[in-house]
Ligand binder design. Sequence first.
Ligand code: BG6
Length: 304
Amino acid sequence: AQPVVDLSDNVLTARLPSGDSVTVYLYGATVTSWKTSNGTEQLFLSSAAALDGSKPIRGGIPLVFPVFGPPPKSHATGQLPQHGFARNNYWEFLGKSSSESLGRKADDSVKLDFGLSSSMLDESVRKKWPYEFGLVYSVTLGKGKLECQMHVQNKGEQSFEFQCLFHTYLAVKDIHKTAVRGLQSSPYVDKVRSAQTFTEDSSSLSFTGETDRVYTPPTDPKDNTLVPLTVTEDGKDTFVVTRDALPDVTVWNGWEDKIKGMGDFEPKDGWKRYLCIEPGCVSSWTKLEAGDAWEGACSFESKL
Ligand code: BG6
């Protein structure tokens, strides 16, 4: 058996013979569902998420590019909306690659490529950020695993600076029983505490209130690689998150009050059932010279 890939009404679905599946809306190239073979949904999606292209999709994996958060007014991204334009534009489906071409067993995985380039943006957006670029976003569905990779190319004649992030809403059963390992001794900027910088002292970060932090964990001193993070529930491992060329991780849960104020977040007690773990490069700017390219990637492995 081969993976089955279907694209209809701007929604792409892919299913492996093992039963693992993924759904990607071309609007924002947003992954809205990732199920493992036993049918368990691994991502949180708001039941009030706009799925008609009228605003970014609340939940799943929205893409953040070329700026994270509110753009600094004095920066070239200054006129763009929060989190940039990748999550609220239609991408094109570039095609699928079989696992054989990726050096894996035939039915083990499928890679789905999506593209967004400057020529696909509205004139009004291009005026706000007038750079020539090409993005290729690859989503690889494997058994119990989802990999996300972004390729950014500067196709113009002037350099530009960008930030990029995978705004992943992981589904958890109960945020009060959820924790994250792998952040100990990491510096972080705490947006809930006036964007001051602190150092994480906990080996297992748990949640008791609104959390909105950008961590920049130190690399493994042995080989300089980025250390995987592990999400646990009730002390059991549920997700392992790995990163490649993405030095930062945002950890976000809006908690009860903030979520109450978000019109597209339903059900209102849904804050208990998600944790955003967002690998990215957002604590500084990545500069891309004319003609150059950059690549960053992360993976989510379900341990459930
Ligand atoms: C997180 C930010 O990544 O995204 C939060 O750190 C923000 O500050 C959250 O509230 C959601 O952003 P938005 O634009 O999707 O409502």
